[in-house]
Ligand binder design. Structure first.
Ligand code: MN
Length: 236
């Protein structure tokens, strides 16, 4: 019997994980909170194991919506730059998989929510570039409270979802969007001019945020992002 709740695929990458028995290569989503937020919003979270572009396309067919998670820096090769001093080691397989997933989701009109690294991969996947290091946007101590505010652009999908034009957000990133991909519109800015939200036009939901709403899911305006993804993913 088909479920009435939308299946939300959450991208998992491969990392060396110590599970108490030993260290091994494991499919990993760095935070349990992504799945918790999807569940709280009324969706069924399922983890999508990293694969190639064909795997990404097949997985996409099997789910109703996709959440692209946070993580380490995108390989600068992907946007025509060389790694700078603060840029983290590349994970080419993860870049390849998530870029394929985002492009497939756009082509297949599947709803897409991209968080932190996700917004950066989304921008790169659609032709944009990244600034490789920026101070003052990594505040681990306030991971589940406000680190800075963002201004939400009137008339955007984001504004409709959060129902406000000013939002307190956490900030756990050291890279930012530089050149915005042509297909994207900026939907939120920090006071120092960092693009903190993006969205694609078109009929289907495609949203990226630079902050971590899953760690702020106790606040309705942040849970609303997951509710909007789940709602957009509902069979129609
Ligand atoms: Mn920030």
């Amino acid at each position: 019997m088909a479920t009435l709740k939308p299946l939300i695929g959450i991208t998992a990458h491969v990392a060396m994980v110590d599970d108490g028995v030993g260290v091994s290569a494991a499919h990993n989503v760095a935070q349990v909170t992504y799945a918790k937020a999807v569940r709280k919003a009324g969706g069924i979270p399922v983890l999508l194991p990293l694969g190639d572009a064909t795997d990404a396309a097949e997985q996409l067919d099997a789910v109703d919506g996709v959440l692209v998670t946070g993580g380490a820096d995108v390989n600068p090769d992907r946007y025509g730059a060389r790694p700078e001093a603060h840029t983290e080691p590349a994970d080419p397989a993860r870049d390849e998989y998530e870029i394929a997933m985002i492009r497939a989701a756009r082509a297949g009109e599947r709803p897409l929510l991209c968080i932190c690294r996700g917004i950066q991969v989304m921008n790169v996947a659609l032709g944009g570039t990244l600034r490789q290091h920026y101070d003052d946007h990594f505040d681990l101590h306030r991971f589940n409270e406000d680190a800075h505010r963002v201004r939400v652009e009137p008339g955007t999908l984001l504004a409709k979802i959060v129902q406000t034009h000013e939002l307190g957000v956490n900030s756990l990133h050291h890279q930012t969007i530089d050149a915005l991909a042509p297909a994207l519109r900026a939907s939120a800015y920090s006071d120092d001019g960092v693009i903190e939200g993006v969205e694609a036009g078109g009929a289907r939901f495609a949203l990226g945020v630079q902050w971590h709403p899953e760690l702020l899911r106790h606040r309705p305006e942040h849970l609303a992002l997951f509710e909007a993804l789940v709602d957009a993913s509902a069979p129609r």
